[in-house]
Design a binder for this molecule. Structure first.
Ligand code: GLV
Ligand code: MN
Ligand code: MN
Length: 452
């Protein structure tokens, strides 16, 4: 992958050159291109297979968990906003006559066809958000999945394999600190004991939160039988970079996900008076933290990686008190594991050196780690063939449930153009025509994989 690591803009060597013919186009394939032109986005999917239109679904979801001041979404796992999203998913499933179920880990499933038949094709994404997240990260994949099913029904396509739509729980990890909890549990990449230890900022444990939301936390655990019944998982997602905008394509296919992880840095100092404590007498963990943030930026830049302290807590958090404790969470990602190791080791070394000078105690805990994901080539090639030649293939620095599941089943991803590349922000955006192109591309893929 190239040195610019920040987003999906990283184009791996195996990606085809941008196709100039697509410059003004919105669509992934000839089929999608012509269809998108013929179908106005407003009303897309209306009256097809009894489901709501894309627009209707989008409108229904829009107010759920949206903060009135920031206009960002706060759909955190097992909160009332999450419950409302789940109720919406269930209503979509039931309005289409799909078989609805919640698995042992709280992931939702809507089935067309018999789940027990095996070799199912599954699509979907997640409905939870980061703090003040955008409307598209996750929901675009779920809404597009229902709309694609409506489109298949409109086409009169007949399923030859079971087809399911999913909403994986707690993908962002905004509340309990660990991303992709639902898919990790299912894939056996998170132990039940570790899941039970997860706590939110108020000390509420994951089991308590699940129980309060009406789910059985004692049921959680690996679900190999469920995974064994799935032949392919395809997740559609808004792009979180500008590669498609730069190439002039509405839709692309994922090649790989960078290895990434989260580390908690606890800087313990000594609380004291901000007005009377001489500078030389202080043990100020905020100073150590500040130097560590600068080191993270420096080391990431040197290595062509990314490193972010996006979340901190400070105790006692008083304006006239030197803090006793600063906690900072580092998120770091790189194109390969050894670069990531080098960056994180260098950041920790810099933090320890500074901590020594400041009289601060430092502990560093790795809270999560996801190794590099290379999406299965056979499925990727099959999807590329279905969608027609020249579709761009992109790497990404963002984590996804498809990446977690790729260790257990063949998975693939479709990305939909994001003209600004902004994500994890209320400004996240995808144009209406591109959303339609995404739905049609997904419908083409599902038809190619699961229909006669
Ligand atoms: C999920 O969106 C992540 O990459 O953090
Ligand atoms: Mn996200
Ligand atoms: Mn996402």
């Amino acid at each position: 992958m190239p040195a610019e690591p920040s987003t999906d803009a990283a184009r791996p060597a195996d990606a085809p050159a941008p196709n100039p013919a697509r410059g003004a186009g919105n669509c992934a394939s000839n089929h999608a291109r012509s269809a998108a032109g013929a179908i106005p986005p407003e009303g897309f999917g209306e009256g097809r297979g009894g489901g709501s239109s894309f627009q209707e679904m989008w409108r229904e979801l829009a107010p759920i968990g949206r903060d009135a001041d920031t206009h960002g979404y706060r759909r955190h796992a097992w909160t009332p906003a999450d419950a409302d999203c789940r109720a919406w998913f269930r209503a979509q499933a039931e309005s289409r006559g799909l078989g609805y179920e919640v698995d042992r880990n709280g992931n939702q499933w809507a089935w067309a066809g018999d789940p027990e038949a095996g070799d199912a094709v599954v699509t979907g994404s997640h409905l939870d958000s980061v703090p003040d997240g955008g409307a598209f990260d996750g929901p675009l994949g779920v809404v597009s999945s229902f709309a694609a099913l409506d489109e298949l029904r409109r086409r009169g396509a007949e399923l030859t394999r079971p087809l399911a739509i999913t909403n994986f729980g707690d993908e962002e990890g905004a509340r309990f600190g660990l991303a992709c909890v639902g898919s990790r549990l299912t894939a056996g990449q998170l132990t039940v004991e570790a899941a039970h230890r997860l706590r939110d900022a108020d000390g509420v444990s994951l089991p308590q939160a699940m129980e309060r939301a009406g789910y059985d936390p004692d049921a959680i655990g690996p679900d190999p039988e469920r995974l064994a019944r799935i032949g392919a998982f395809v997740e559609l997602h808004v792009e979180q970079g500008r590669a498609l905008d730069l190439s002039g394509d509405a839709v692309g296919i994922a090649s790989a996900i960078w290895p990434h992880g989260r580390w908690r840095f606890d800087f313990a100092g000594e609380a004291n008076h901000a007005g009377t404590t001489r500078l030389v007498d202080r043990r100020d963990p905020m100073l150590t933290y500040a130097e560590t943030v600068l080191a993270a930026r420096r080391e990431a830049e040197l290595a062509g990686a990314v490193a972010t302290f996006g979340k901190i807590s400070c105790e006692p958090n008083g304006v006239n008190a030197i803090p006793s404790m600063v906690r900072g969470w580092l998120d770091s990602r790189a194109a390969d594991q050894s670069t990531l190791d080098t960056v994180v080791t260098a950041i920790e070394r810099a933090a320890r050196e500074r901590a020594e000078r400041d009289g601060v105690d430092l502990s560093v805990v790795r809270e999560s780690f996801t190794p590099v994901v290379e999406f299965e080539h056979a499925l990727r090639d099959e999807i590329a063939k279905i969608l027609g030649g020249g579709i761009p293939v992109l790497g990404t620095g963002a984590g996804h449930d498809a990446g977690i599941l790729s260790g257990s089943i063949p998975t693939a991803m479709l990305f939909v153009r994001n003209p600004t590349g902004v994500s994890h922000s209320p400004a996240e955006f995808a144009g209406e025509d591109d959303c339609v192109a995404g739905v049609l591309a997904l419908a083409d893929v599902l038809e190619g994989l699961a229909c006669r």
